[in-house]
Design a protein around this ligand. Structure first.
Ligand code: IMP
Ligand code: MG
Length: 177
């Protein structure tokens, strides 16, 4: 792909790690059901592969959350779509997101699930963790890969809506930004 500077995580590396994540989740979440609440749109590819790496019966829910508004810097405001999640009351939820950056998104959604929906437990699984950018106190329970402080695209992650369909995670050439 001409706009890609460097491939950080090739397809096979992602795929192998997701199998391991599935096993890690099942070792800790010994339950007879689990609801994956995926954050749109970035986690779509990751969630599709992750749910096939689980043998626990899973339910799938999706929530639209936005914190980036077009550029490569987090805006600081997290907008959560108003969706009825009341059927998740007293049930275990696993939040699935593409990347943990400032932490505002997952912290906000976690608080919403605990305090307003009243789920029985909430944990999170992210494909990528950019610890250097953390602005709030938040840690994911399951992390695919720790990455350096750089803007990445592919495997669900976008830049202005593009590049989500790349099968790998990589960086963009400065000319593409
Ligand atoms: P947080 O609320 O700052 O943790 O933001 C998480 C969201 O920011 C992710 O779900 C992504 O949509 C977006 N994001 C953060 N870093 C990147 C990146 O490097 N590439 C693409 N999107 C990113
Ligand atoms: Mg996103």
């Amino acid at each position: 792909m001409q706009d890609i500077e460097e491939i950080l995580l090739p397809e096979e590396v992602i795929s192998r790690r997701i199998q391991e994540l599935g096993a890690e989740i099942e070792a800790e979440e010994s339950r007879d059901e689990l609801t994956l609440l995926i954050l749109l749109h970035g986690s779509v590819l990751f969630a599709a592969d992750l749910m096939r790496a689980l043998t626990t019966p899973v339910y799938l829910e999706a929530l639209r959350v936005a914190s980036y508004h077009g550029g490569t810097e987090s805006s600081g405001t997290v907008t959560v779509e108003t969706t009825d999640l009341s059927h998740l009351q007293d049930r275990p939820v696993l939040l699935v997101d593409d990347i943990l950056d400032t932490g505002r998104t997952l912290k906000r959604v976690t608080t919403h699930l605990r305090e307003e929906v009243g789920v029985s437990s909430v944990r999170s699984c992210v494909l990528l963790d950019k610890q250097a950018q953390r602005a709030v106190d938040y840690a994911a329970d399951f992390v695919g890969f720790e990455i350096a402080d750089q803007f990445v695209v592919g495997y669900g992650l976008d830049y202005q809506g593009r590049y989500r369909n790349l099968p790998f995670v990589g960086t963009l050439k400065p000319s593409a930004i």
